[in-house]
Design a protein around this ligand. Structure first.
Ligand SMILES: [Zn+2]
Length: 130
C-alpha cells in the first residue's frame, strides 16, 4: 500500500484548501494520488484530511505568479514600449522575475500580444494625425 515509487513523491505538494488543518503542509502524509488524468497523465491529488481534490499542476508554484489581467497588460505594455525588465517591474509594481516570466510567455511578441489585449478596450489615438 505505502510503497513509494520515486515518481510518486508527493512531498512537494500540499493541500490547497485553506480551511483544511493540513493546508500548506508539505510532506504531511495527508495527500494521496488516487488517479491520473489528461494526456500528460497528471495526477489528481486528494487530501485525506479534508477530502479536497486538486490537480497536480495546481500544487506547483507556477500558479502563484499569475497576475490580474490589468497588471499583466501593464507589464506587456511596458515591455512593448521598450522598457527593461527592472524598469517594468518597478513601474507596474511586480517582481522582476514575474516580468521575465511574462516576457518569455509573450515570446518576444509582447507588442502583438499587447495589441490583442487592448483590442477589447476603445482606442482613440489610432489614425490620429500627429
Ligand atoms: Zn486538506
Amino acid at each position: 500500500m505505502s510503497q513509494g515509487r520515486p515518481e510518486d513523491d508527493l512531498t512537494r505538494f500540499c493541500c490547497l484548501n485553506e480551511a483544511c488543518p493540513d493546508h500548506g503542509k508539505r510532506g504531511a502524509g495527508n495527500l494521496t494520488a488516487p488517479m491520473r488524468y489528461g494526456p500528460q497523465r497528471r495526477r489528481l491529488l486528494r487530501c485525506r484530511t479534508c477530502r479536497a481534490r486538486f490537480s497536480q499542476r495546481k500544487g506547483t508554484p507556477l500558479l502563484g505568479t499569475r497576475l490580474p489581467h490589468e497588471r499583466a497588460l501593464a507589464v506587456l505594455r511596458h515591455l512593448a514600449d521598450g522598457c527593461g525588465v527592472r524598469q517594468t517591474g518597478r513601474l507596474v509594481g511586480v517582481d522582476k522575475d514575474t516580468v521575465v516570466r511574462y516576457g518569455l510567455k509573450a515570446g518576444g511578441h509582447a507588442a502583438r500580444l499587447h495589441d490583442e489585449l487592448v483590442a477589447f478596450s476603445p482606442q482613440d489615438d489610432e489614425g490620429a494625425a500627429g
